[in-house]
Design a binder for this molecule. Structure first.
Ligand code: ADP
Ligand code: TMP
Ligand code: ASP
Length: 237
């Protein structure tokens, strides 16, 4: 597969056209961003760890019946994916209260959410990804009702699969963000699943093993991602 012009440079990944107009190359860079791009640093090895991590998770999800854009890893920091028409929406499931929900609702970090809660956010850094609801999505035409239902169904299916996968490796899946897009009429999971876009805690100590280490200046960010990968059996060689 031939890499062509850059389509988009995001905060953590660059996206390239290829000689196949239905495929893109995602390049996972070492850039690490928080607070909608306010804090940005380069962290050695992060691009490679996240590329291999996301490929591993996408394969697990495919095996469990969640359709994804993932096609294959082509280099340490690059993967080929199906080119999706992305919805400008982020789907977040929370199993345990942490992050923005604690501020917004004045609840303590660490409270179990039973049943898990679901939130939509608009993907817009300038507006700091505001929380939106299904009426906003409908009124502004960001996705149709069928797509909204499908995104919710798939996001909860991902929760079933990954809560267990992480639990088996002694971790709690606290929350996560997913992005979806359309490919030849079908809704597929796009973007990435890595510790950049989810919260993971050690089940015993509740040590944070995700991007909160970067947001909160705790250090050992990539080391924590590598620890998660090692526990899951992701091949980082
Ligand atoms: P951001 O745009 O939030 O800064 P990234 O740096 O991760 O995020 O950039 C990757 C971009 O590529 C995101 O905007 C994401 O929506 C988009 N994207 C991810 N997967 C696909 C895909 N399969 N097809 C088209 N666009 C995609
Ligand atoms: P939040 O607590 O900041 O709302 O985030 C919830 C989860 O979603 C957390 O795991 C981080 C992830 N997330 C992103 O990766 N990118 C985003 O833009 C947002 C809003 C959340
Ligand atoms: N994903 C957003 C960013 O990269 C928000 C965050 O992670 O804090 O800035």
């Amino acid at each position: 597969m031939q890499k062509r012009d850059e389509l988009y440079a995001g905060k953590a990944k660059s996206v390239y056209f290829t000689d196949d107009d239905s495929k893109l190359i995602l390049h996972y860079r070492n850039d690490t961003s928080a607070f909608d791009g306010e804090k940005i640093e380069q962290l050695d090895r992060k691009g490679e760890v996240n590329n291999k991590f996301s490929a591993f998770i996408m394969q697990k999800l495919e095996e469990a019946g969640v359709p994804t854009h993932h096609e294959g890893v082509i280099s340490a920091e690059e993967s080929v994916v199906k080119k999706l028409d992305m919805f400008p929406i982020e789907c977040v499931v929370r199993n345990i209260a942490a992050g923005s929900i604690c501020k917004r609702l004045g609840v303590e970090e660490g409270i179990s959410l039973n049943p898990p809660t679901f939130e939509f956010f608009l993907k817009n850094d300038e507006l700091h990804d505001p929380m939106i609801n299904e009426y906003h999505i409908r009124s502004f035409g960001w996705a149709d009702d069928v797509a909204v239902e499908k995104m919710k169904e798939l996001t909860f299916k991902v929760n079933e699969v990954l809560t267990q996968l992480f639990r088996d490796a002694d971790m709690l899946l606290v929350d996560y963000k997913l992005e979806f897009g359309r490919y030849r009429g079908e809704i597929l999971l796009g973007d990435e699943f890595t510790p950049d876009g989810c919260r993971l805690w050690d089940v015993e100590t509740r040590k944070k093993l995700d991007k909160d280490r970067f947001r909160q200046g705790l250090g050992g960010v990539v080391e924590a991602y590598e620890e998660v990968a090692r526990r899951l059996g992701v091949d980082l060689s």
